[in-house]
Design a protein around this ligand. Structure first.
Ligand code: FRU
Length: 482
């Protein structure tokens, strides 16, 4: 038996042993993808293959901390109901001994190709990175083919997260990298056949082409085209907070412009943060058969190793975001929950033509729900929506939107903010321990885990000033069974 198979058997046993403890956690989510046990981080290999969506994820089954990652694996026909299938790849070979790190998938003919980073560390903690290939003919069983790309000269061993895509009949790969000058960059490779890869150069990077200091390492790049604009999604490490921006440990954002694939050059604008919440990182997209560009993100971020989330007591941590459709509109990247999520809807409650006057409030209940609010008119100071122990606050005069949650490691509230000129629409999804807030059709998004007192289910809409609005709320079904 190969090492990888042995470790998969060990992981399966681990899942069985811990299933009932994990399952007893009231914070288990009802409609988000989570690990059956252990730690989940980045979404990987998001693809549509032989009639099914596949999403893989970075998985450390054995502890709720980072370590040698597997690729866990879920499949679905509708992006809402997911089935867990055996892990696709596991660490253990000389080129991925310390982890099958993040990567992507591509379909050629009948074959599904997975590209990932083999992470290797010696006793002194020195790192080696190999870009590796694994293939499958059924989307369930994968055969590792070993390294296909070695780190080129001029770069450190922080060289990872291959994202492969097709453009005009030619295959490309973007990778996150660190130059020997310790600048974070995204680099481009091309290939005629997915096997032979040639280095094309730097697409964008910290200190390159007018970008300021954008950190010492870039992770998880993805290059997509939306409505004629090329958009590089990327996750810089090592950026300092700036006003309301870059508040998390690591950042996630995009750089828009125009790609010249012949020259391998990207003419682009500035870096723009993608999500204003506490828990968003390493998003990955795919184009589905209907031509939609769909994104999954990790609903988490790096946290200091001594900080424990409440779920770690139950031997699991982190989840993926909801799938979101991307749109490029008026020079902005919009993110909206996919249509299919309507399948989750249960009982509907409507509050139509509501006119809240100064200090009046509207209250109702819900713990796992979707809510849509359309604001017709707002005059005055603030609109506040309290959801359990969290608050959404819009200060109209300053044009600032705030999300506030109860911290799970400080005995206090903590906030994230963004500027927003004119608040017209709020669309949000609340799960047992998460909230995703989409403002003005996805112009701004706040993604966060929330760990409220489990009995709390009060929702209160309150205004100082006045507000005229329509509000719809749906209780949402549970679709996770693990
Ligand atoms: C991003 C990341 C990737 C890496 C993976 C390891 O969260 O650090 O760069 O491939 O996680 O799990």
């Amino acid at each position: 038996m190969s090492i990888s198979n042995e470790i998969i058997i060990k992981a399966n046993q681990h899942v069985k042993t811990h299933q009932s403890l994990v399952g007893s956690d009231p914070y288990r989510l009802h409609y988000h993808l989570m690990p059956t046990v252990g730690l989940l981080n980045d979404p990987n290999g998001f693809v549509y293959y032989k009639g099914q969506y596949h999403v893989f994820y970075q998985w450390n089954p054995f502890v709720t901390a980072h370590g040698p990652k597997f690729w866990g694996h879920y499949v679905s026909t509708d992006l809402v109901h997911w089935k867990e299938v055996p892990p696709a790849i596991a660490p253990g070979d000389w080129y991925d001994r310390n982890g099958c790190y993040s990567g992507s998938a591509a379909v050629l003919g009948d074959t599904l190709y997975l590209f990932y980073t083999g992470n290797v560390k010696d006793e002194q903690g020195n790192r080696e990175s190999y870009q590796c290939l694994a293939v499958s003919e059924d989307g369930i069983h994968f055969e590792k083919k070993g390294p296909i790309i070695h780190v080129p000269e001029g770069y450190t061993e922080h060289f990872r997260d291959p994202k492969v895509f097709l453009n005009n009949g030619k295959w490309y790969m973007v990778l996150g990298a660190q130059t020997i000058e310790e600048q974070g960059v995204a680099v481009l490779y091309s290939s005629p056949d997915l096997q032979e890869w040639s280095f094309q150069g730097i697409l964008a990077g910290s200190g390159y082409h007018g970008l300021g200091d954008l950190g010492y390492m870039w992770e998880c790049p993805d290059l997509v085209e939306l409505d004629g604009t090329d958009i590089l999604l990327v996750c810089p490490q090592g950026m300092d907070p700036n006003g309301f921006e870059y508040q998390n440990m690591f950042q996630s954002g995009y750089i828009a412009g125009k790609m010249d694939y012949k020259e391998g050059k990207f003419n682009h604008g500035p870096f723009v943060e993608m999500d204003r919440g506490f828990d968003f990182y390493a998003p990955q997209t795919m184009e589905d058969p209907n031509g939609r560009r769909i994104l999954f993100g990790w609903m988490g971020n790096a946290i200091e190793s001594d900080i424990q989330q409440p779920t770690t007591k139950f031997n699991w941590i982190h989840a993926l975001t909801l799938p979101r459709e991307l749109e490029w509109k008026k020079g902005k990247l919009l993110q909206r929950p996919v249509e299919e999520l309507k399948l989750l809807r249960g009982e509907e409650t409507r509050y139509l033509n509501v006119n809240l006057k100064d200090n009046q409030q509207l209250s109702f209940n819900g713990q796992v729900f979707e809510m849509k609010m359309a604001i017709d008119r707002m005059e005055g100071e603030t609109l506040t929506i309290q959801i359990g122990e969290s608050k959404l606050i819009y200060h109209q005069r300053e044009g600032v939107f705030t999300f506030q949650r109860k911290s799970y490691y400080l005995s206090d509230q903590e906030s994230r903010h963004c500027y927003l000129k004119d608040l017209k629409k709020i669309h949000l999804f609340k799960d047992t321990s998460s909230i995703e807030i989409f403002l003005n059709d996805g112009e701004e998004v706040f993604t966060s885990r929330v760990f409220d007192d489990i009995e709390t289910d009060e929702i209160v809409v309150h205004t100082s000033g006045s507000v005229a609005m329509n509000l719809l709320k749906w209780d949402l079904h549970r679709v996770t069974s693990y």
